[in-house]
Design a protein around this ligand. Structure first.
Ligand SMILES: Nc1ncnc2c1ncn2[C@@H]1O[C@H](COP(=O)(O)OP(=O)(O)OP(=O)(O)O)[C@@H](O)[C@H]1O
Ligand SMILES: [Mg+2]
Length: 480
């Protein structure tokens, strides 16, 4: 049955799903017109939120939240909604072919649903063809460039399952493949589903949770309870073994809770305006270079980061006869972050050196062995005019970031207010987390560990000697 409600009530002004549900429950007659369009290829009858998802005719909708909420099922149902219409074409995407072909994933589920019907499977193109001439194709976008494989196709339905595994650019590109065909009367629908977490968590959250209701964009939150088909009690037991953040994401579909590695808390960083920076800082620009460039194979490689760290050492004398104590304040002044060819990285390093000035030491993370030494020699030549040193790469990133993390926690690290702050903090909060980049943390740790070395070394030795002497004599001097 057609769904007149979807075109009206769900658009301006946008009622929440809950208010719509209340309205429908209070007006039983509405139930009849709120039944989504279904057909004989869809063997499941949609649960309430799935039905809401299937009723939508707006351009963009996202069904996001708890694992097991019935999201993939809803996507497959949505893709099949118009396969009785001649000329209709639907595309369902996962990140990789492997994801697509997992036992309970979309392709297997479609086979279960469609085998034995009059739809025919084409193995070559991963496409189901229906007697109407409509098609349902399964695809994947493993690399950034895979999106071009769909260059010459047109679909009226595109569905992304596990959207947070894709990049925003992949998602946006596919809008160009969403086109009406002459005479095919179906809505154009970009649909997606996902659990929170994953590399694309931030952009998915920004687009659909923060940006819901913008430009005809609808978010339906999925909860485990929304899927009565699932044995929730036994699923809860499986989820109980997860860490609290992943559990909140998967059990409750919580988009706000973040994967925190626990080494850096956002509230421990202090902020300072650039013009308030103290003068006379010892400065280091620390470069942590990405091993791989962005390529067809790797759409989300590491970043090259050049972090400018300043150090101020203040002398405090706590009283007559007491040794002086030094207070160290660290300032993260700038973060250059890029993905580029070696030549582009060289250019960025030169530009930063010119901007930072000759009194800024340049430290570069140094790979082991002769190749590492050669690379440093190359940079010494490239950045003539600045003092350039190699900093041997450490094998244990967590230990390496330890002193930096303690300084942040003590409140000794300030960051200069700038556009890069948000991503910088997010990355720090997540560290250590294998799914989230840590190049800026490496940059921060590198900057912290080297900025003290670059100047005042003798000073430091002298203070240490005084501190040890004072300890031996029984006077306490707090270590800096
Ligand atoms: N309306 C329905 N009728 C019958 N079974 C359903 C329905 N909706 C979902 N299911 C079944 O419930 C199980 C979980 O659903 P589904 O895989 O769609 O959830 P999901 O939200 O995509 O989970 P995940 O987060 O793990 O990907 C599946 O076996 C699915 O077939
Ligand atoms: Mg799923």
């Amino acid at each position: 049955m057609e769904a007149p409600l979807s075109g009206t009530l769900l658009n301006e002004p946008l009622p929440s799903y809950e208010s719509l549900l209340k309205l429908v429950q209070a007006t039983p007659a509405l139930l009849e017109v709120t039944e989504p369009r279904l057909n004989r290829y869809i063997p499941h009858y949609p649960h309430e939120k799935q039905a809401a998802f299937l009723l939508l005719e707006c351009l963009e909708a996202f069904y996001g939240g708890a694992a097991g909420g019935g999201k993939s099922d809803a996507l497959l149902m949505a893709a099949l909604q118009y396969v009785d219409v001649p000329g209709y074409a639907a595309l369902l995407l996962r990140k990789s072919y492997q994801d697509l072909s997992l036992p309970d994933a979309l392709m297997a589920r479609a086979r279960e649903w469609l085998e034995g019907t009059d739809a025919v499977w084409d193995r070559e193109t991963h496409t189901w063809r229906f007697p109407s001439g409509a098609t349902l194709t399964f695809g994947y976008l493993e690399t950034e460039d895979d999106k071009y494989r769909y260059q010459s196709s047109a679909f009226q339905f595109i569905g992304f399952d596990e959207l947070s595994q894709f990049t925003l650019t992949q998602y946006l590109y596919l809008f160009s493949r969403l086109r009406k065909k002459d005479g095919v009367v179906v809505p154009l629908r970009m649909r997606s589903a996902s659990n929170p977490g994953g590399r694309g968590h931030e952009w998915v959250r920004d687009r659909f949770i923060i940006g819901r209701g913008v430009d005809d964009r609808i978010f339906i939150s999925a909860k485990l309870e929304d899927n009565p088909t699932l044995d929730i009690a036994s699923y809860e037991i499986s989820l109980a073994v997860l860490d609290p953040v992943t559990r909140a994401q998967l059990r409750h579909g919580d988009w706000e809770v973040r994967q925190s590695g626990g080494m850096f808390k956002r509230e421990s960083f202090k902020y300072i305006r650039r013009e308030m920076l103290p003068g006379g800082l010892s400065k280091v620009r620390y470069w942590d270079q990405a091993a791989t460039e962005k390529s067809q194979k790797n759409s989300d490689p590491d970043w090259t980061v050049g972090l400018l760290m300043g150090l101020q050492v203040e002398k405090l004398k706590e009283g007559e006869g007491k040794p002086t104590r030094s207070v160290r304040k660290y300032y993260i002044i700038d973060v250059a972050r890029l993905r580029g060819s070696p030549a582009q990285v060289d250019e960025a390093m030169k530009a930063c050196a010119a901007m930072d000035g000759k009194d800024t030491f340049v430290y570069i993370e140094q790979e082991p062995g002769a190749s590492g030494k050669r690379a440093i020699a190359y940079f010494i030549d490239l950045l003539r005019g600045n003092t350039v040193r190699g900093d041997p790469k450490t094998t244990n990133k967590i230990t390496n970031a330890g002193p930096y993390s303690s300084a942040v926690e003590r409140g000794d690290v300030w960051i200069v207010e700038a556009a890069w702050n948000a991503v910088f903090i997010l990355e720090h909060e997540a560290f250590p987390n294998p799914n989230i980049h840590d190049d800026q943390v490496d940059g921060g740790a590198g900057g912290y560990n080297t900025v003290g070395k670059s100047s005042g070394l003798l000073e430091w030795y002298r203070e240490e000697a005084e501190r040890v002497k004072a300890m031996k004599e029984g006077t306490s001097a707090s270590p800096s």
